[in-house]
Design a protein. Structure first.
Length: 411
């Protein structure tokens, strides 16, 4: 039997018949996407081709109806699983949905707001880069400037924390800016894309007034958490509640399906800040995680970099044989921030001898900053300050909730 990609097939196994789409062959087995949305791998002998039906005429796409009485939101689509469809050639999901496709596939959104949709680029999140962060921040700024009362950014989850933190540093916003993604694509029965999108829209019309990440708060379909952009991390590869606030609780919650938004006591509220864009970034920055026995020559790879973040052990340490290499980098003009691999607590290089030697080598303590956030902040600081004293002060100042307190007060 000869099967081609996307051919409809019937799989007969143990007295059960299942319909699906043939994807490709793996040895003597066939990979089939079932009508349930899941893929299976079965012997090709268990598959039989279904008669091809004449495809129905493609329906005319009607304009999306918008209620002019509702608040205006902007949906900025960048890609990711929340905006993905199945590629039946490979069986994988790929980013192909536009913002308008999302509105058509989740009709509940139409009852929350009216929308302006745009798509500055469409990538899987591993392909995001600082130039895209700058373009995204500029796009958000322009949408708010032209009357948008809230912003929703659909984004892949793998690097969403970097993008959200970058936008947070580059943009002072008087309205909610909500990053949202999905762990499971729309073709899967357990998809979280619809609930996350609906909760993000509710957050975008709420009294929130900062950059947040909106994702499932637990494995049930009851609540989405709103995480501060500079204090969130993806802690699981596939769970729907993969995103967790680190070192603090969420800055808000959205109950589902009623959509009630409850800000935390320290949440930044709508209208607290005036719109301001400062989207200069210095991309020549790196992030290095120290590990026991690491060859000090690894630091040589960062010669010529403007900035480097080290994720050190415990209170912010590396092996003593690395300290001279670090001193060489700082002496040549590289700004180095020391952070910790620990999930909670603060760097303090004044306790042990190694830490004091690192301070003498020129590192700047990163306090409680997450390493990923410290990287983005360093790019922003170096893009907006030139004097060493200003760079050091800004790094040690709590700008967007990334630190527990201003470190320079305790230096």
């Amino acid at each position: 039997m000869s099967l081609n990609n996307s051919d409809p097939v019937t799989v007969r196994f143990a007295g059960v018949e299942m319909d699906g789409i043939y994807i490709n062959r793996s040895g003597e087995n066939a990979i089939v996407k079932l009508s349930s949305g899941y893929n299976i791998c079965v012997p090709t002998s268990l598959c039989s081709a279904k008669e091809q039906t004449v495809p129905a005429e493609k329906p005319r796409v009607l304009p999306i109806k918008q209620d002019p009485a509702l608040p205006l939101l902007s949906i900025i689509s960048t890609g990711g699983t929340i905006a993905s469809t199945v590629d039946y050639r490979t069986g994988a999901v790929s980013s192909r949905f536009t913002a308008e496709d999302i509105l058509r596939s989740i009709p509940e959104l139409a009852g929350i707001a009216r929308y302006h949709t745009l798509q500055p680029f469409q990538v899987l999140s591993e392909n995001m880069n600082p130039a895209m962060w700058q373009e995204l921040a500029g796009t958000i700024h322009d949408e708010i400037l032209h009357g948008s009362e809230g912003i929703i950014i659909t984004h892949g989850t793998d690097t969403m924390l970097y993008s959200a933190a970058a936008v947070s540093f580059m943009l002072d916003t008087p309205v909610p800016v909500v990053f949202v993604g999905a762990q499971r694509s729309a073709d899967r029965p357990s998809s979280d894309n619809a609930m996350n999108a609906i909760c993000s829209a509710k957050a975008a019309v709420s009294q929130m007034g900062e950059v947040v990440v909106c994702m499932h708060a637990n494995e049930s379909d009851t609540t989405c958490a709103l995480h501060r952009a500079t204090r969130v991390r993806k802690n699981h590869t596939s769970r729907r509640d993969a995103f967790q606030s680190i070192g603090r609780g969420p800055v808000g919650e959205v109950s589902y399906p009623d959509g009630t938004v409850v800000p935390a006591k320290d949440a930044v509220l709508r209208g607290t800040k005036e719109l301001r864009l400062a989207n200069n970034l210095e991309p020549s920055c790196g992030l290095l995680q120290y590990y026991p026995g690491m060859d000090p020559a690894v630091f040589d790879a960062f010669k010529g970099y403007k900035g480097l973040v080290i994720a050190g052990t415990g209170l912010g340490h590396v092996g003593t044989d690395c300290i001279s290499r670090i001193a060489g980098l700082t002496a040549s003009g590289t700004t180095i921030i020391m952070t910790s691999q620990c999930q909670a607590g603060s760097v303090c290089d004044r306790v042990y001898e190694t830490g004091r030697d690192l301070l003498d080598a020129g590192i700047i303590e990163g306090g409680s900053m997450l390493p990923e956030v410290a990287l983005v902040k360093l790019m922003w600081v170096l893009g907006n300050a030139t004097r060493k004293e200003d760079i050091r002060r800004l790094i040690r100042t709590n700008l967007k909730g990334e630190l527990e307190y201003d470190l320079w007060r305790y230096a």
